[in-house]
Design a protein around this ligand. Sequence first.
Ligand code: C2E
Ligand code: MG
Ligand code: MG
Length: 691
Amino acid sequence: IAIITLSRRQARAELARSKTSYDELVRHIPVGVYLFRIRADGSKNFEYVSPVFCQILCLEADAVLRDAGIVFAAVHPDDLDSLKRLNREVAASLQPFRWEGRFIACSETRWMHIESDPKPQPGGGSLWSGVITDITEQRLAQEALRVAAVTFETHEAILITDAKANIIRVNQAFTDITGYRPEEVMGRNPRILSAGREAPEFYAEMWRQLLETGTWSGEVWDRRKGGQIYPKRLTITAVRNEQGQTSEYVAIFSDITERKDAEQEIRNLAFYDALTMLPNRRLLLDRIHLALSVSARSHHYGAVLFLDMDRFKILNDTLGHDYGDLMLVEVASRIHSCVRDADTVARLGGDEFVILIEEVSTNAGETSQKIALIAEKIRATLAAPYWLRGHECHSSPSIGVCLYRGNEDPVDVLLKRADMAMYQAKDAGRNAVRFFDPAMQHAVETHAVLEADLRRALPHQELRLYYQIQVDNERRPLGAEALVRWMHPKRGMVSPAQFIPVAEESSLILDIGHWVLETACRQLAAWDKHQQMRGLELAVNVSAQQFRQPDFVELVAATLRACQVDPARLKLELTEGVVLTDVAGVVAKMKALKVLGVKLSLDDFGTGYSSLTLLRELPIDILKIDKSFVRTLDQNQNDQKIVQAIIGLGANLGLTVVAEGVETEQQSRMLLQHHCRYQQGYFFSRPVPFP
Ligand code: C2E
Ligand code: MG
Ligand code: MG
């Protein structure tokens, strides 16, 4: 017994010792261990749970041993069903199993892995020994890996190198973009991808930044395996290990060919004319700016040529815009053929082109000569016939030139001057080249100011009508000529010789002419009330534009009617300018006026180009010899002959001849000798206002 007792005690001690070392052992394995018993009557409980078991599930061992339910209560609600189902199956089959699911441990969701091996027990029931492992970290890592793997296979190319820049991994997009399969690039340096367009300094700077900041991004040109060069947007990031050393470089890039193309397209739209592909105004202004600053440094002269195609609108209107477009394209290419590649040919819009010729010479004279030659070459080239889809078309350019040196004159001033010179070329009959000169500018500027002031003249009642008497051979007054005057608030009295031409360039002349006609008619009506003046006639000057108004005849008729004036007392003075075009129409209109009863007078005769035939056709009553012949009558034999001829001509055509500008008694006497009975001039009276 003693031996048995001893051996029992020994055995118990032995057991206790082995349990201690077992516990000790279990404490050191990082997994929880348990024994779970199901009895024959169906009751169940944990028979043993290791300290790690309790720790990872955040439960007290005593509580677990007392009530197995609290372990099940800790299972995440979403995973509880799967665990219960498994338990039922295993209780029947007693097969070893594994389960993964979530527990709520210390109010934190944790992933657990359970592995168990149920063994049947003698007398019914089963004993399940199992281990439980917290696999949360592993799960997260797996998840991260999965995400990383998906991310790696994105549409952007990814290339990973080791610290020595040898390629260790690439993705599918890399192959798609570069054309290289992974095995072709493994272990190689990424520089095999380069198109070699960037300078060595570019890469030096890239590496400097990469080493300093750990990242670089920018655009580079690469070459595909097939040889094609393409732009890519590249970001390189250095991956550092825990010691702070670079372990890998990750390069991510995408093919930006399409974006580059789109950018180029946008640039083209913004800076180039879509029809001719020439630089547009914006780009031109840029280039001129640049040219001026270059000139300021080099002291070279350059030139801006402003070019406008003559009568282009007519071609556009008659043949259609298609032909107009064809012609402009042809014009663009012809201009190009006349200048150097370095020169800028731009289209401002419509049929206006500007040519910038830079760095010609340091000498002004030499520059002018060279530019004149170039401009003339352009003029001649553009004046040659155009063949547009089988149609022969004709046009020519008017070219204005403005030279520059340095950058003192702003760009818009240069362009304006060249434009002004271009208008001079148009005025000179088109198909011509004109250089800008300051006198021209002065004239244009005063002209512009005059026009602006003239617009206010009528509403501000600054116009007056003066009257100059006309007499017969016995110096009896026949009547007078009405002459308009402008009382300018600052300049004083402005002569019609100065402002009528300005008014004629716009519709201003119509308003002025109407005012003159009306005022003159009212004057005639006023004269009616005076005994001595009742029979006087009044001559009124009519400008060509005024006469050309379609309703001119009605206008005259209406005015006469309104003022209740006898039409026979109104004389309209027309110049030869009126009959330059559409003779038949003009004659018809003149006849209509004569039907009204109005008399017509041809003013300034001898200064224009009227042919004798024309004179015969015109239904006029009076011929006025221009004062330029009268002025020199007493000195110049030729003028005497001309005056004599005009008087004879008038007599033969049955016209009344009036001499104007008679200043001296001698002139008057000579005219009388030649049978010119009607005269007008300072000798008799200056034009005077009527009180
Ligand atoms: P015009 O119709 O030939 O008028 C005659 C011009 O000769 C007037 O100049 C008159 O003042 C000037 N004159 C008269 N006698 C003499 C003289 O003895 N010696 C000199 N040297 N000149 C003399 P004005 O008034 O300056 O008019 C100039 C031109 O302006 C006119 O030439 C006419 O063409 C135009 N004009 C004047 N008034 C009007 C108007 O109401 N309507 C239009 N459309 N034109 C007008
Ligand atoms: Mg006149
Ligand atoms: Mg005259």
